[in-house]
Ligand binder design. Structure first.
Ligand code: ATP
Length: 380
């Protein structure tokens, strides 16, 4: 799972201890990353964490202050962008408005003085790849956003780069189109076998398209792994919070396979911590079972219930910590709820600089209470 058919373990690009500052502020802090041939790898993180800067270092538009950029075993720090076998697709796709679809895609080949016959064959291949056959003569300004983005991708791929860099390429599209294009991009990557390095702040997009996800925060890599690994086994509170919903509580790892949190002792599947090591414990809202009170591991008061279509999002106050639970059961605000958590649903993480910053849904509940207060005020 998680690996595309063609991905192999041969390293294509290596970033070694890359650091970069702008105006005295350190934007990248000793980044180490291996990118493999035919891999679909995504840099994921909040705005400002350094994703685009990392991409621009790979493209050659930004020179790192420290560290090495290695391409197929050779250091390329000083190689200018046009000599790197890399192309970029941006969110603003910047097509040439005075050229039609065919000429936009053919542009790079014309510059390289490629013979007409070959241009015709290769543009035609590209049009099939991006599903735009029959659009050759169309004015690019008459195309929809999604179609324009396809032209931009075809134009970037026609030179057969070894690597395609994509910086939030779907950011300008609406949700439905974005979902369709995610599937399309994944298909194009598989068919061409080109390494895709994709930048997004959208966790769902990252999880659904990538072989490998690189989670970044504050200029550092927090975790590298398959989408499943990142979701199921987050390495710290930042990753757990950024990817999906998470309850993150303080705990103590009493011994291997035994952790205590919320004043109870639980069996878990984690080992290798020091005896009684303080840890962060993450439990996903969908992994918590509601059980009769006499069978409950924990009990608490329901403070909010939100209907989400195919489930309810329930906030439960357990000893002053607000947990989020997703359930199809009907529960009422004010009710006392019993919950149970299976050992394999508990993920134990090392303490980190992010401990205590995330994972309690009290603000969420307070916000709702605050909003309903406002409504009451207004409706008075
Ligand atoms: P976003 O999704 O908002 O683009 P990002 O994770 O891609 O975020 P970067 O674009 O890498 O982040 O920017 C990281 C930080 O570096 C930001 O604070 C940005 O303002 C700063 N920065 C980037 N390029 C430059 C530059 N050329 N000069 C000065 N500061 C810069």
């Amino acid at each position: 799972m998680g690996e595309s058919v063609g991905m192999n373990n041969e390293k294509l690009i290596e970033l070694r201890n890359i650091s970069k500052s702008f105006d005295g502020e350190q934007i990248l802090k000793s980044i180490n990353l291996d990118i493999h041939k035919k891999e679909f790898i995504t840099l994921l993180g909040p705005s400002g964490c350094g994703k685009t800067t990392t991409l621009r270092i790979i493209a050659g538009f930004v020179t790192p202050d420290e560290g090495e950029v290695i391409f197929e075993g050779k250091k390329i720090n000083d190689l200018p962008p046009h000599k790197r076998n890399v192309n970029t697709v941006f969110q603003r796709y910047a097509l040439f408005p005075h050229l039609n679809v065919y000429e936009n895609i053919a542009f790079g080949l014309r510059l390289a003085k490629t013979p007409d016959e070959e241009i015709r064959t290769r543009v035609s291949e590209m049009l099939s790849l991006v599903n735009l056959r029959g659009f050759e003569k169309r004015d690019v300004t008459s195309l929809s956003g999604g179609q324009q983005q396809r032209v931009a991708i075809a134009r970037a791929l026609i030179n057969r780069p070894e690597v395609l860099l994509l910086d939030e390429p779907l950011g300008a599209l609406d949700l439905k189109l974005r979902k369709d294009m995610q599937v399309e991009l994944k298909r194009m990557q598989r068919e061409t076998g080109i390494t895709f390095i994709y930048v997004t702040h959208d966790q769902e997009e990252a999880l659904s398209m990538s072989d490998t996800v690189v989670v970044m925060a504050n200029g550092s890599i927090q975790q590298i792994g398959t989408p499943e690994k990142i979701y199921n086994e987050p390495e710290n509170a930042f990753v757990a919070d950024f990817i999906g919903e998470s309850n993150i509580v303080n705990g103590t790892m009493i011994k291997d396979y035994t952790v205590s949190f919320a004043k109870q002792v639980f069996t878990c599947e984690d080992a290798g911590f020091e005896p009684n090591e303080p840890v962060d414990v993450v439990v996903r809202p969908e992994d918590i079972d509601i059980v009769p009170l006499d069978k409950a591991m924990l009990t608490g008061q329901v403070t909010a219930v939100t209907f989400k279509g195919d489930y309810y999002e329930v906030i439960v106050d357990i000893d002053h910590f607000k947990w989020m639970i997703e359930t199809t059961d009907r529960v009422e605000v004010g009710q006392t709820l019993g919950i149970s958590i299976d050992p394999y649903e508990i993920q134990v993480m090392k303490k980190s600089e992010f401990s205590g910053m995330f994972g309690d849904y009290s603000t969420f509940s307070d916000e709702i209470e605050h909003l309903s207060d406002v409504e009451t005020e207004e409706t008075k």
